[in-house]
Design a protein around this ligand. Structure first.
Ligand code: FCB
Length: 447
């Protein structure tokens, strides 16, 4: 194997992450399908179209490649609108198709983690106001119960909600995603309801399947003051951290629902309602105090000058942030999965190095005693990136949109090598991130 540098625990989960709407293709009665058909909504004029044709069965090609890469885990979601296309009606055929998908994964020795809500709502629910309404919490609880009753023999690792803060921000504050509202109070309300939805789904899943491991995928960002010596920048950065990270991170621990503009409330069902913490990590924001931006609570976010980037507008590549956030999560004393990390990189020129620097950050956290149990790279295959359409490619597998042909990228080959070895070799570090050698060696010698 060559000189080995960083060996991960033998039961480590090496996976990739996907979401139903981004890979399935074929219309479903959901808010996203309706929305993206309106010209102008998706920036590059594409829609999910055939996507990666998972619904038509081509997921098998991707699962085969995942297996060949040596992955032993995959995070995917079920589309609520396919399973419950009309209020209270279950679609047996859709349920059977997901069952087939999950069995096909198991057959390949890949453990599924199933997400129940990944940004997409059934139309009937959206028409009632979706997560703006507290009643959605009960609909979600019923849906979660149904899914676990159906698939409990194949799945015991569940992710209730994906990134409640991002959904709140994009759909209800920035107005980029359906239903395109711009109302900060509504955004907080939607986040609170999703936290409640998580809590009730957590309890419901455990009632059906007592051995289940249930968590949610939290998108956390690092917020650093642009001028570290400026008290105002530090204050503004702390406030952004609280409003983005804090309001979702603590509720499933202490059970307190945070109402940033009015107060807090304790919800017993939320207390200690996660068996693991899921971390989706992408980037950091530099924050400056800006008196002219009350609507942003005086925090102007920008990027670190001179930082490494992937594509225009996508934020800094900052692997140290992953290490810092994992260390921050250590205090909760729960197993941790990195439920997403990834980079938009259409020519795959940055992704190989990105993999090495980020996995090294995970390695250092483990060496420091943080209980990281696995990672899910975003994403297995190029897919429909929401309002960006197909213009931002995240896959380890390249997708030809015309033919649907799959090609393993260099980053996919590299990830495969890492998964199969369960280690990052010295050659990989020398080739992709030589500047880390010293730091990693200090870590592995002192641990
Ligand atoms: C995350 C989303 C995921 C994907 C990546 C790039 O915030 O959970 O669906 O869009 O970003």
């Amino acid at each position: 194997m060559g000189r080995e540098a960083l060996r991960f625990p033998s039961d480590f989960r090496w996976g990739t992450a996907t979401a139903a709407h981004q890979v399935e293709g074929e219309p479903a009665p959901s808010d996203w399908w309706a929305w993206e058909r309106v010209p102008g909504h998706v920036k590059d004029g594409t829609d999910a179209g055939r996507a990666c044709e998972w619904w038509a069965g081509r997921y098998r090609e991707d699962f085969d490649l995942a297996q060949a890469m040596g992955q032993n885990a995959l995070r995917l979601s079920v589309d609520w609108s396919r399973i419950e296309p009309r209020e209270g009606e279950w679609d047996g055929q859709a349920i059977a198709r997901y069952r087939q998908m999950l069995s096909d994964l198991r057959e390949r020795g890949i453990e599924p983690m199933v997400t129940l809500f990944h940004f997409v709502s059934p139309l009937w629910l959206a028409e009632k106001g979706g997560w703006e309404n507290e009643s959605t919490v009960r609909y979600f609880e019923r849906f979660a119960t149904k899914v676990v009753e159906e698939y409990g023999d194949l799945v015991d690792l569940w992710c209730t909600v994906n990134e409640p803060n991002v959904y709140g921000a994009y759909s209800y504050l920035l107005g980029n995603w359906p239903p395109q509202k711009r109302d900060i109070r509504l955004a907080f309300r939607v986040i609170r309801h999703q936290m409640l939805g998580h809590a009730f789904a957590y309890r419901a899943i455990h009632r059906v399947q007592p051995t289940a491991r249930v968590g949610l995928a939290q998108h956390l960002r690092v917020f650093d003051p642009m001028q570290p010596h400026s008290m105002l920048d530090r204050w503004a950065a702390r406030l952004q951290d609280y409003l983005f990270n804090g309001i979702v991170l603590d509720p499933p621990v202490d059970g307190v629902l945070r109402f940033p503009l009015s107060g807090n409330a304790k919800v017993p069902a939320l207390v200690d309602s996660q068996d693991y913490i899921g971390l989706n990590y992408y980037s950091r924001d530099m924050v400056s105090f800006d008196i002219t931006k009350p609507q942003l609570l005086f925090g102007r976010r920008s990027v670190m000058p001179g930082a490494e980037f992937s594509m225009e507008g996508w934020g800094e590549i900052y692997p140290e942030g992953l290490y810092r956030l994992l260390k921050r999560l250590q205090r909760y004393g729960k197993p941790i999965y990195v439920t997403e990390f990834g980079v938009p990189d259409n020519d795959d020129s940055k992704r190989p190095r990105f993999l090495i620097t980020h996995l090294s950050a995970v390695y250092r956290a483990i060496a420091d005693g943080v209980p990281v149990k696995g990672v899910y790279f975003w994403s297995l295959v190029d897919n429909f990136e929401w309002a960006e359409g197909f213009s931002a490619r995240f896959g380890l597998i390249g997708l030809d949109l015309e033919t649907g042909k799959r090609t393993l990228k260099s980053s996919g080959q590299l990830y495969g090598e890492i998964c199969r070895k369960g280690a990052i070799t010295m050659e990989m570090i020398e080739r992709y991130a030589p500047e880390l050698k010293e730091q990693l060696f200090e870590t592995s010698h002192s641990s």
